[in-house]
Design a binder for this molecule. Structure first.
Ligand SMILES: NC(=O)N[C@@H](CC(=O)O)C(=O)O
Ligand SMILES: [Zn+2]
Ligand SMILES: [Zn+2]
Length: 426
């Protein structure tokens, strides 16, 4: 198929081309220039719209195999495409856990059949995510693992994470670390602050996240490998990463849209959809996360899309599982809470949602450039809409953003020259 996008603002991490045309032939960008005279099977008027390189999500949960009552690879990647994503890393806390080549091949096959997005499986660091015995990194890499994580759980034992780091060094594998001192979390379900006290809910102190973050940065520095820190949520964690980067430690990190959009005030009415791990923090943390995104301390925005069923979330905030869906709100929340308030600009959106995620995984891409894969998201920066249940593409509905008015909307997602999302048609 050939597509001509006319008169659009094309945004890359390193610059903006205004009033340009983009011509797509088969799966590639054949030309980006003003006044392209080619005819195409499909012509899109990009006037007033913005094109970004397709988003890459470093962190999501597709729940497949085994937990497909929450989400599956088809429904999850369809929701990802609706959010502007052309590639997603899926975490291994499935049933069975993604800890062997066979499960990786299953995930890749399902993703290929669905066709909505490239799925980059993250394999477990330890067998069954049990925290003891390491998986076979080289074999998993050969099968297609993009990185390694026990996300959902920390790698608690010092000797195990150190052994994992040494194995990762030998085969150039990237570790993505969920930082949580689980043995000290106790019964905590929300951020440990004034709002937890008011709501009479057990708290999770910042130190539960920061102590493990500090440990892993120190170990990575000692072993001499790059590590990636998942879902940074506190001012202290942002500062730990900032200081480590200054020292030359090869640490990267991500945060989720919920950490720069809302705070633990959302838990006051006991909303189970506001229960997430790490928990929503305080305004001072939210501001620190915003500063970290602006100054590059935080490398990437990752959704941590964590679907759960309505029955599970209906158990109430104390019993419901941690997690919220995120694919379809990541871009609008970024526009509403970071772009509109002037914290970041258009090029930063391309950097945080596409370019840096590609770089962190050591992949080419994340750029709108002639002769590269036609992975493109076309957005309206000005459109306002109310995010409601009926519009949700994901199988799950567990979002604290339902009912909120947001600004910024994905109009089309194009992956390898095919429309994977078209808001007009869907
Ligand atoms: N973030 C969450 O609250 N939940 C995630 C696990 C995780 O990302 O740690 C899940 O798998 O549901
Ligand atoms: Zn996690
Ligand atoms: Zn996660």
């Amino acid at each position: 198929m050939s597509i001509l996008i006319r008169n659009i603002t094309a945004v890359n991490a390193d610059g903006i081309q205004q009033n340009t045309d983009i011509y797509i032939e088969k799966d590639r960008i054949a030309e980006i220039a003003a006044g392209i005279s080619q005819t195409a099977e499909r012509v899109i008027d990009g006037t007033g719209l913005v094109a970004f390189p397709g988003f890459l999500d470093l962190h999501c949960h597709l729940r497949d195999p085994g937990l497909t009552y929450k989400e599956d690879i088809r429904s999850g990647t369809r929701a990802a495409a609706a959010g502007g994503y052309t590639a997603v890393c899926c975490m291994p806390n499935t049933k069975p856990v993604i800890d062997c080549a066979e499960v990786i091949r299953y995930v890749l096959r399902q993703a290929e059949e669905a066709g909505y997005a490239e799925v980059l499986p993250v394999a477990a660091i330890t067998r069954g995510m049990g925290g003891n015995e390491l998986t076979d990194f080289p074999a998993l890499l050969r099968a297609g693992a993009a990185a390694f994580s026990d996300d959902g759980l920390p790698v608690a034992k010092d000797e195990v994470i150190l052994a994992a780091m040494r194995q990762a060094k030998g085969c150039r594998a990237l570790l993505m670390l969920h930082e949580e001192d689980l043995k000290n979390r106790g019964q905590g379900i929300v951020h440990d602050g004034q709002n937890a006290k008011k709501a009479r809910l057990a708290g999770i102190p910042r130190a539960i996240e920061e102590d493990m973050t500090a440990r892993d940065i120190a170990f990575a520095e000692q072993v001499g490998i790059p590590i990636h820190i998942c879902h940074v949520s506190t001012a202290g964690s942002v500062q730990l990463v900032r200081d480590a980067k200054k020292r030359g430690v090869r640490v990267t990190c991500e945060t989720g849209p919920h950490y720069y959009s809302i705070t633990d005030a959302e838990i006051l009415d006991g909303n189970p959809n506001a229960k997430v791990n790490p928990p929503l923090r305080e305004e001072t943390d939210r501001e620190a996360v915003c500063r970290g995104l602006a100054d590059g301390t935080i490398d990437a925005i990752a959704t941590d899309h964590a679907p759960h069923s309505e029955e599970e979330k209906a158990m109430g905030i104390a019993k419901a599982p941690f997690g919220m869906i995120g694919f379809e709100t990541a871009f609008p929340l970024t526009v509403t809470h970071l772009f509109e308030s002037g914290i970041i600009g258009l090029t930063d959106i391309a950097r945080l949602l596409s370019k840096r995620p590609h770089e962190i995984l050591g992949r080419n891409g994340g750029e709108l450039k002639k002769n590269t894969a036609a992975d493109i998201v076309i957005c309206d920066m000005n459109e306002k809409f109310v995010y409601n249940k009926d519009s949700v593409v994901s199988k799950a509905r567990n979002s604290p953003f339902l009912g909120m008015e947001l600004k910024g909307r994905v109009c089309y997602t194009i992956r390898k020259g095919n429309f994977t999302y078209d808001r007009q048609a869907d």
